[in-house]
Design a protein around this ligand. Structure first.
Ligand code: FAD
Length: 399
């Protein structure tokens, strides 16, 4: 009796072991072979970085990247971007070779024109065409018509919407357009100036801290406040962009000081202009010309201090049942700051979880797995927004 029991136990154990082994191997082979098709809407810096992430996962068989703009319009935007050290590290991991990109380094930040960055990413995508079927369709708008005309058997498994702050692709996909606006506990103002006689070369940003302005002519006695030890620290200024397209950002933590209250509510729009004018001339690099009263005339700036807010979509991921398409929203299409300083880095932070999301979607066994992956992606978005609201401005402006 015991010999029979022993034999039965042994053969059961063997059967279980064989089953586990076969299952693990079959799952392994399935996961290894799993490949999906990805569609990216928008070829801004975030959309193109997302395309690179998708290619590098090794789980994408077909990648389509769209932009409604043609190539020349896409890469001629004047603004410069500052990639912070974390974004640089992330991009290095994707194979971006900064030595081959026009730009300059300062304090572990890489400064380049937005168009240069996009052109570089487009060229890398061209090179990956042998391994993955990459289709870049510039001059093609993502619309309901476009969606309806994708043949059934060519529907993407994942759609990444990165169509910027003005895009409306989410509505085409039926994603709720509710935004949540949250305070970043700071007030700010922006200014831009274009000087066509100046060079369009990458230029490091300039930062200045603890600034106070003499507003005594308007009845605001700043100096007395400044000496008051309980008063909050002053303003932080950042001058950035190329010498031709200069941008300035002024920020201070929320406070109820006389100066802040005055600049928040003043009806006199020339005061902010004067502040930017004088701050620029005091902090600019030695090799660029001062702002004269004439050039200052062309400066566009905020009329008064406004509250800096981060708006983010309530829903940044969705699942189209029936068609089995997972949709995620990235970059400024997902979250946007009413203060032009650091959008690209915030967008790239969101892409840090894209690789694992694509991997999990490609290897998903059923719909449940995809829903779990989408839910984690949304959680990452929320976490990112919360962290930015707490420390984002400090990193980009206060330090
Ligand atoms: C004046 C200014 C200065 C700035 N300075 C800085 C800075 O110094 N540092 C920084 O990090 N950021 C800066 N930013 C912000 C930065 O430009 C944005 O954060 C960044 O461009 C956002 O990238 P994105 O890819 O999410 O969106 P976008 O760059 O807006 O790209 C979206 C793309 O989607 C395309 N698109 C839209 N709808 C469709 C559609 N239906 N079908 C197909 N394509 C579509 C658009 O044509 C566009 O090319 C600045 C912005 C401004 C305006």
């Amino acid at each position: 009796y015991s010999a029979v029991a022993y034999d039965t136990a042994l053969s059961t154990l063997l059967a279980v072991a064989v089953y586990v082994l076969v299952k693990v191997s079959v799952d392994g082979i399935r996961q290894w072979r799993a490949r999906i098709s990805v569609l990216i809407v928008g070829s801004g810096p975030v959309g193109l970085t997302a395309a690179l992430v998708a290619v590098r996962t090794g789980k994408v068989l077909k990648l389509t990247v769209l932009d409604e703009r043609y190539r020349t319009a896409l890469i001629c935007r004047p603004q410069q971007i500052a990639l912070d050290s974390r974004s640089v590290k992330f991009l290095l991991g994707l194979g971006v070779d900064f030595d081959n990109m026009e730009g300059c380094w300062h304090n572990e930040h890489f400064f380049t024109r937005i168009g240069v960055f996009q052109e570089y990413l487009l060229s890398i995508l061209e090179q990956t065409k042998q391994k993955v079927e990459v289709k870049v369709q510039l001059g093609t708008k993502f619309t309901e018509y476009y969606l309806r005309h994708i043949p059934r058997n060519e529907w993407p498994d994942v759609i990444v919407v990165a169509d910027g702050s003005c895009g409306d692709s989410c509505s085409v996909l039926g994603i709720n357009s509710d935004y949540v606006m949250e305070s970043c506990h700071a007030y700010g103002a922006n200014a831009t100036i274009e000087r066509l006689d100046q060079r369009q070369v990458p230029t490091p940003e300039i930062r200045a801290h603890s600034l106070y302005f003499d507003l005594s002519a308007y009845g605001v006695e700043a100096l007395r406040e400044q000496r008051n030890p309980t008063a909050k620290p002053g303003f932080h200024l950042k001058i950035y962009g190329t010498f031709r397209n200069r941008y300035m950002a002024l920020v201070c933590p929320t406070s109820d000081s006389k100066m802040v209250r005055f600049l928040r509510h003043t009806a006199n729009s020339s005061i902010m202009k004067t502040i930017f004018h004088q701050s620029f001339n005091a902090c600019k690099t030695d090799i660029e010309p001062r702002l004269s009263d004439m050039t200052c005339h062309h400066m566009q700036c905020s009329r008064r201090l406004f509250e800096i807010q981060l708006s983010h979509r309530r829903i940044s991921a969705a699942y189209i049942e029936g068609d089995n398409v997972a949709v995620i929203v990235e970059g400024e299409a997902a979250r946007v700051l009413n203060f032009d300083t650091c959008g690209v880095n915030l967008g790239i932070r969101g892409l840090e979880s894209l690789g694992s999301f694509i991997y999990r979607t490609a290897t998903a066994v059923d719909q449940n797995d995809i829903l779990k992956a989408l839910s984690e992606k949304m959680q990452h978005s929320r976490q990112l927004e919360e962290t930015f609201r707490q420390t984002g401005l400090a990193e980009t402006m206060y330090q």
